[in-house]
Write a protein that binds this ligand. Structure first.
Ligand code: RAM
Length: 884
């Protein structure tokens, strides 16, 4: 197979519709099985019509042959792009021999509505009074006639609230929870769909069901109406006829509105439907809407309309129950075997007027009933009143739950498994990571980490999916972002979230505790007088750590440019809160939910201040801002000195003396070299004194194993990984966990369920150990100088009881693999795969005795520089290391 070009993306997406970046960025992958392959030049062509590409007449842009190895984020430099324009593109490259590949298959994208004046519709809703306790689902519709053949039709839609758009009896798009969650005071996203196939000549109908969502429904513990009280819809359907003319059908006062089956629907409080009330056929042209009211037209929306760039929320997996038991004369509990976020879809027979209630929970009480104490004010219940007749498929529209178990009430008999599905829904991020070892418990831990991500990457990275919280906590996002980006391609997701973080940044530079802003700080300030946030150490720092991670993992420099000033403001703000460069107290959450150790707030806050400053220096360096590099490097050194003088004793002990402190100080590279050995020694001692157990909370936990492994304590890191008595990761695995728990002691053998007011069983934060699995156990580390795994630092660290690791990571250059095996006699075999246009420095645990690389490299070395292709290295480890 000759080298070829695949996986063309524009701004991280395949053939995206309705983007609003005037300078889109192109990426592609070069495939070739041969060794040492790389790109020496590329050519991109962009045209307004497909035919123009194949005829070699690109009328928007022809880059010509550009000598470059760049295959990620090449910026469009062609003619100015206008709203709604469709563009087709293709690319070819020259390989290392200077031979061009064939042109790629063509790909396309289209532009969205680039200016305010391009929106011709009005925001419409209906006359529900804001005082009503339960806002029903609103149905809105209009009909229109088309009397000529249609060439292309695109619909742009948004809502303050949530919408489900329908044309001629069919739902448009498979996404759920559109338009997604942002701070609606500032910004709302819109979606674009190609609906050419939906339309017919003659009568057509367009309609939408509108729910309260985050806009007017309950948000977290803040209650309802955080952003507004009356949901509204914006739709613009652009029909282009074959004859070159066109017309727009938009939301305005001519639309008609009514209600239907949805009596209420609320993210936190569940949904109730009376299926008898559904206006059958309401989304078809021939429906009689004489009894419907004219829609109400609202004032123009003052915030910004932004095209959605992150992958939409979809139903990603459907699970069937693995077990069931009766809990009452008409109720059964079903176990789906996996904790998740989503809802239940079920088909029930039943007579008219019968009520079916579906309740959701993550755990069971010892008596087999649902454990719902940890839900606080959330009501994870969907209720359906049946209309009789044929068995109906039922599912909610605008609510979701965190659950593994459901109880169905209202049926004498158990439902057959095929009639009851758990719909796991999350932001549809492409899977990029795979990690498997010789130890089934570690494998389950990895799967729990991935499911923690699935259960919480829901338009924003939420802390949990079940209780009345589900907020975009910045601290949680920050500690997990690196792990998340090994598991899935989160680049577009975090670009969107970073905008939420910046939208919520305070005037003085403070980054928030939660984003999108949902009045959390206001809420908290009222209930606690001496509370500092938003600007918590480890939380606010997300504003620097997230963009840096996107650069490291995806080579994204645009996110650094876009938010450079916001990051600088944060650093300057932190400095302004200091006394002698020490951040007193600014760490309300501290090392959240640590066990048996308390990390002093000022020490922790100063460490984070130093870390963010150090990252900012690197960011300034990447962007070539030389003056800032010097100025902030100097600031970093002064913080470092202040930290050491104030908090580090002569014997190297850091004030507070907790595992988290040493782990963070080492991971953040805040300690000067001469203090590192003492910190490593003390960290190891603390773990040993604690009988091989950790004591870290949200902030310390992700740093712990990396700090140990990086500083020669790999065996101790493995001891912590394998530990399965309390507190440890495998303690929860041993007790049947299928997701990561919020707290180490969420459930214990001695005390059962703990702290119900804050006891989620689906919280990804403590799962940040996933980062260590990829970076150290598998040894897949990016190089900040050549990010996105252009240069792979491949250094597996075997240890503990593991005899093999198989890891795969789908990078921007293609798949990377690191597979190792340790035989009882000490033979260590490492097989790696490096994609074209990338290269690796492989470091083995001992000098190679044999290589399977076609004689390219001599044995005897520990370190090899290799290009693309597959290679196998064999070395011998010490008997002690291999004796496991
Ligand atoms: C709780 C959650 C969340 C955490 C905050 C500080 O509400 O556990 O994950 O970030 O507190």
């Amino acid at each position: 197979m000759p080298p070829a070009i695949e996986k063309l993306t524009v701004d991280y997406r395949t053939n995206p519709i309705g983007i609003d970046n005037p300078k889109p960025r192109f990426s592609w992958i070069l495939t070739d099985e041969a060794r040492n392959q790389y790109q020496t030049a590329y050519q991109i062509q962009v045209a307004t019509e497909l035919a123009k590409l194949s005829e070699d007449r690109p009328d928007l842009w022809d880059s010509g042959q550009v000598p470059s190895d760049q295959s990620l984020h090449v910026i469009y430099e062609g003619r100015e792009l206008v709203s709604e324009q469709i563009a087709y593109w293709r690319v070819r490259v020259w390989d290392k021999r200077g031979t061009p590949t064939a042109w790629s298959e063509p790909a396309y994208w289209s532009m969205g509505l680039l200016g305010r004046n391009e929106w011709h519709g009005e925001w419409i809703g209906s006359g529900v009074s804001p005082e009503e306790e339960w806002i029903p689902g609103l149905y809105l519709r209009r009909t229109f006639a088309l009397n000529r053949p249609v060439r292309r039709a695109t619909v742009y839609a948004s809502a303050l609230g949530l919408y489900e758009l329908r044309i001629n009896g069919r739902k448009v798009g498979s996404d759920r929870f559109a338009p997604g969650w942002t701070d609606y005071h500032t910004r709302v996203l819109y979606q674009a769909y190609d609906v050419t196939d939906f339309l017919t000549e003659g009568g057509n109908a367009v309609g939408a069901i509108l729910g309260t969502g985050w806009y007017a429904g309950t948000v977290g513990m803040m209650g309802r109406g955080v952003y507004g009280t009356r949901p509204r819809l914006l739709v613009q359907l652009h029909v282009e006829y074959a004859d070159g003319t066109g017309e727009r059908i938009v939301t305005d006062g001519s639309w008609r509105t009514s209600t239907g089956a949805i009596l209420y629907s609320d993210i936190i409080k569940g949904e109730k439907q009376d299926t008898r009330l559904e206006p059958q056929g309401w989304d078809s042209a021939d429906f009689q809407d004489l009894t419907w009211y004219p829609a109400e037209v609202f004032d123009y929306y003052e915030g910004t309309l932004t095209a959605q760039q992150d992958p939409p929320i979809l139903v990603m997996e459907s699970l069937t129950p693995i077990a069931a038991h009766r809990t009452g004369p008409q109720s059964f509990v079903y176990d789906f075997g996996q904790n998740m976020a989503g809802w239940t879809r079920l088909r029930v027979p039943g007579t008219e007027g019968r009520t079916i209630k579906v309740r959701h929970a993550e755990m069971l009480n010892p008596d087999g009933t649902l454990y719902t104490e940890n839900l606080r004010k959330a009501v994870q219940e969907d209720v359906y009143v049946l209309r009789g007749g044929e068995a109906l498929w039922l599912e909610p529209h605008f609510t979701y739950h965190g659950f593994r178990y459901v109880e169905v009430e209202g049926l004498e008999n158990e439902l057959p498994p095929g009639d009851l599905l758990a719909q796991a829904a999350y932001s549809s991020l492409p899977t990029t990571g795979d990690f498997e070892t010789s130890d089934p418990a570690v494998n389950r831990l990895y799967r729990n980490i991935v499911w923690g991500q699935k259960g919480n990457f829901f338009s924003v990275p939420t802390d949990c999916p079940q209780r009345d919280e589900r907020l975009g906590w910045t601290g949680d996002a920050q500690v997990f972002v690196r792990t998340a980006s090994y598991n899935m391609n989160v680049a577009a997701f975090f670009r969107k979230y970073m905008q939420d973080v910046v939208d919520a940044q305070r005037e003085d530079g403070a980054f928030p505790d939660t984003a999108p802003d949902a009045n959390w700080s206001h809420f908290k300030k009222v209930s606690s007088a001496n509370w500092h946030a938003p600007d918590n150490a480890g939380w606010g720092d997300a504003g620097v750590i997230i963009p840096w991670t996107m650069y490291l993992m995806y080579g994204d420099t645009k996110i650094l440019e876009d938010h450079y000033e916001a990051m600088r403001k944060w650093i300057d703000y932190c400095e302004s809160t200091c006394e002698g460069l020490i951040r007193p107290g600014y760490a309300d959450h501290a090392d959240w939910l640590s066990v048996g150790a308390e990390t002093p707030k000022d020490v922790l806050a100063t460490l984070y201040f130093a870390y963010s400053t150090r990252l900012f220096v690197r960011i300034a360096g990447v962007l070539g801002r030389k003056a800032d590099v010097l100025a902030y490097e100097e600031l970093f050194k002064r913080i470092q000195t202040a930290f050491v003088e104030r908090f580090v004793a002569r014997d190297g002990k850091i004030e507070g003396d907790t595992q988290s402190l040493y782990a963070m100080a080492l991971y953040f590279e805040v300690l000067p070299d001469f203090l590192k050995p003492q910190a490593v020694r003390r960290l190891a001692e603390l773990v040993r004194e604690n009988d091989g157990h950790l004591s870290t909370g949200f902030l310390g936990v992700g740093c712990l194993l990396p700090a140990l492994t990086e500083h020669g304590e790999t065996e101790l890191a493995y001891e912590l990984l394998h530990q399965n008595t309390f507190p440890s990761w495998l303690y929860s695995v041993r007790h049947g966990a299928t997701t990561i728990w919020e707290r180490w002691d969420g459930w214990t053998e001695e005390n059962g369920f703990q702290s119900p007011s804050m006891n989620s069983f689906n919280h990804y934060s403590l799962g940040s150990v996933g980062e260590w699995m990829f970076r150290f156990a598998a040894g897949l580390e990016p190089d900040p100088e050549r990010p996105a795994f252009k240069h792979i630092r491949l250094k597996p660290c075997p240890g503990g009881r593991l005899t093999s690791v198989n890891a795969r990571y789908e990078s921007g250059y293609g798949p990377i693999e690191s597979n190792w095996k340790l035989e009882p006699d000490g033979q260590f075999t490492l097989s790696v795969r490096i994609p074209p246009n990338a290269y690796a420095t492989v470091t083995l645990p001992a000098p190679a005795v044999r290589l399977e690389d076609g004689g390219e490299h001599p044995p005897g070395r520990e370190t090899y520089r290799i290009g693309s292709g597959s290679y196998t290295f064999i070395c011998r480890m010490e008997a002690r290391q291999a004796s496991v």
